[in-house]
Structures are given as C-alpha cells and as structure tokens.
Design a protein around this ligand. Structure first.
Ligand code: PGA
Length: 253
C-alpha cells in the first residue's frame, strides 16, 4: 500500500492566537469536500490549543514545529514531547531554519526524533542540502547523512514522515523541479530508508517542501515517489493551502 498522501502547513513564526484560529477555521470549513490527503496544521506553540479546538471533530490533525528532547526539567524556554502529546499528534523536527539559526545539528535532531517516538508523537523529519552542497555535487550524500544520523538508534519507524526541503528552495520562490526532487526522494531518501529499515520504509510518506504553491504542487504530486507537501508561505492563505490539498488529493487519488 502507498503511504498516506499528506499535506502539512508550517506556519513558522507567523500568526497570533487569534489569527491562527481564524486560519484553522478557514481551512477546516473549506476542506469539507476534499477527501483523501491527511492534512496537518503546525502553528506556533502558543496556538496549538486553539487550533486543536478549532479542528476538533474534523479530519485535520495538528503538529508542532519543534520541541526539546527531554521530557521535563531545567530547560528554560523549551517545550517537551510530554507537553506536546496532550496537544498534537505530529512534530516537525530538523527544519533547516532550526538547523541554520538555532543550532539543531544532526545529533540533537536524532535525540528529538527518538524522544518523539518514545512519547507517541509522529516526527516529520526534515532533510535537505544547501546550495553549496548541491553545487559541489554532494546533495545526495548530504541528505543521506542527515537521514542516517537523524534516525540512528531508531528501530521502529512506524509513524515517521520525511520531508525533503532543499535549503535553496525554502522561502525563495525557487522551488526544485519535480525531477530534481524525485531524484533525491525516490533515489537517495527511499533508498536510504529501504537499506536501514527494510519493508517498513515503504509506508513512510515522503513530502516535498520549498516554495510549494497551487501552481507547482501538481508537478510534485505527480511523481510516484512524492506523497505530499510541506508548505510554508502558501499555507498562510487558507484558499492557497486548500487548493494545494485538493490538487494533491487529485494527483494521488
Ligand atoms: P516555503 O517553506 O513553502 O515558504 O518555502 C517551506 C518550509 O520551510 O517548510
């Protein structure tokens, strides 16, 4: 069976609680007629409760954008997996903005991934090469390394999602081509997961992320090895995100 088609909204550090609630309600109401893809909204921490309440009873799921790896303790300013477990089912880990700006290296990402599994949260593990790595012909090697280290020590990957987000494509308006994405996703990522986890790898949804919008999503979703999208900027407009969900459903239906 094919992995479940999935579209994830990553609102990043945007939306107040009020705005997040309105956006969630808009997506909830608009989604009524779309069946098919799993839809996951990832608001800032402080809006998790409000968004969760807004989508209760609908098909929409909620995720966080990050967390710390420890369950509790003296870690001022951090949020733990145990806390998130009461609020959401998913957590984005290893996003390139976390890696670049907040020191989330592969080892820390690995601790977070393991903590997510331990607490029953589904990790959306983000990987992706920098422009420098791509230009040096090391895109595949960089992504394989992020996956290997990020998943080190993990035995059971049930519930895992992997997002391929080339750093040069995020927020730049310069999306990868479906062919470039498919080469890494169907080749490097699927190959690494198969080698590490055998048959279980076939159930992992692989999402493309980086300047996804209603105009380009169909091209990505048409690739057999791409099961959905992780959407930043375009997920802040309910109509655009809904269109992305619709087009993904159509391509994967
Ligand atoms: P973008 O962000 O769609 O705005 O490029 C994607 C992401 O960083 O998850």
């Amino acid at each position: 069976m094919m992995p479940v088609p999935t579209v994830v909204a990553n609102w990043k550090m945007n939306t107040t609680i009020h705005e997040a609630t309105r956006l969630a309600v808009g997506i909830r109401d608009g989604l009524g007629s779309v069946s098919g893809p799993e839809v996951i909204l990832c608001p800032p921490f402080i809006s998790l409760q409000a968004v969760r309440d807004a989508v209760l009873g609908s098909q929409i799921k909620v995720g966080a954008q990050n967390m710390y790896s420890e369950a509790s303790g003296a870690f001022t300013g951090e949020v733990s997996p145990a806390m998130l477990r009461e609020l959401c089912d998913y957590v984005i880990l290893g996003h390139s903005e976390r890696r670049q700006l907040f020191g989330d290296n592969d080892d820390l990402v690995n601790l977070k991934v393991k903590a997510a599994f331990e607490h029953g949260l589904r990790p959306i593990l983000c990987v992706g090469e920098s422009l420098e790595q791509r230009d040096a012909g090391r895109a595949g090697a960089a992504v394989a390394q992020q996956l290997r280290t990020g998943l080190a020590g993990v035995v059971d990957i049930t519930g895992l999602l992997v997002a391929y987000e080339p750093v040069w494509a995020i927020g730049t308006g310069r999306a990868a081509t479906p062919e470039i994405a498919a080469e890494i996703m169907g080749g490097t990522i699927q190959g690494s997961l198969n080698a590490l986890f055998g048959d279980a790898a076939a159930q992992v949804p692989l999402l493309y992320g980086g300047s996804v919008n209603p105009d380009n999503v169909a091209g990505f979703a048409a690739q057999e090895c791409i099961h959905g999208a992780l959407v930043g900027g375009a997920s802040l407009q309910a109509d655009q995100f809904l269109e992305i969900a619709r087009l993904t459903a159509r391509a994967k239906g």
